[in-house]
Write a protein that binds this ligand. Structure first.
Ligand code: SAM
Length: 217
């Protein structure tokens, strides 16, 4: 079941070229997309969809993000090899594995227990060593803070304060912020203990960030 073939590697090379054409520039990010076998994050019945540049349902009303979105967010993070990074919204675990290609200190938190359990098993089977948690990631992971980078892979109505507090000075948060239909990608940098700067990028459409500092259920 966990096989990666010559054909899959070819499909990934084609996907990487597509992402390059769409504007992804960071060669380390492109190499990570070219390395992680995205088809292994799909149910076997749907693996034929894995190398299209599209989001895809993963159950529980959630999706594996479009490869372009994964590459875009990862590029904005500007990860260095020793960065400690927190991902909010583990989902299938694919983005988490892309992050693991760029730093070995990856923490990821998922809200839906069914997805958490499935992905925990998948990551173990793939021998990918991230620190996985189940809970409300809109509150971050205070027991493991501070983080150099925080990545939110669900759409948030605002920038959750707990996440800002858990950033190291000099660190950055990448998060889509907006309403239920569209969100703007934002990067917030913690310039000092009290000062933050923000940049606004392209528009995206994510599933909602639930929880206390997200869209309250
Ligand atoms: N990064 C994922 C991947 O590579 O498959 C895709 C993430 S999907 C677009 C968004 C995920 O965020 C969903 O799995 C959803 O359950 C999760 N989520 C939503 N609100 C959350 C919260 N408060 N804490 C943690 N995860 C949350």
């Amino acid at each position: 079941m966990h096989t990666d073939s010559y054909r899959h590697r070819g499909l990934r090379r084609t996907l990487v070229e597509e992402l390059r054409r769409k504007g992804i520039r960071d060669e380390r990010v492109l190499a990570a997309i070219g390395t992680v076998p995205r088809h292994l994050f799909f149910d076997p019945a749907f693996q034929a969809h894995a190398y299209q540049d599209k989001a895809f349902p993963i159950g529980e009303g959630q999706t594996i993000s479009q490869p372009y979105t994964v590459a875009y967010q990862t590029e904005l993070l500007q990860l260095r090899p020793h960065d400690q990074v927190l991902e909010i919204g583990t989902g299938s675990g694919y983005q988490c594995c892309v992050l693991l290609e760029l730093t070995s200190h990856v923490f990821s938190i998922e809200y839906q227990p069914v997805l958490f359990e499935r992905t925990r098993k998948r990551m173990a089977a793939l021998h990918r060593a991230a620190h996985l948690f189940c809970g409300d990631g809109s509150l971050g992971l205070p027991q493991h803070a501070p983080f150099d980078k925080i990545l939110v892979t669900a759409g948030s109505p605002t920038i959750p304060r707990p996440l800002l507090r858990q950033l190291r000075v000099g660190g950055s948060l990448v998060i889509p912020v907006g309403d239920a239909h569209t969100q703007r990608m934002m990067r917030v940098v913690r310039e000092s203990e009290e000062e933050f700067s923000r940049q606004v990028f392209e528009e995206f459409r994510f599933v909602p960030l639930l929880g206390q500092a997200g869209w309250n259920e």
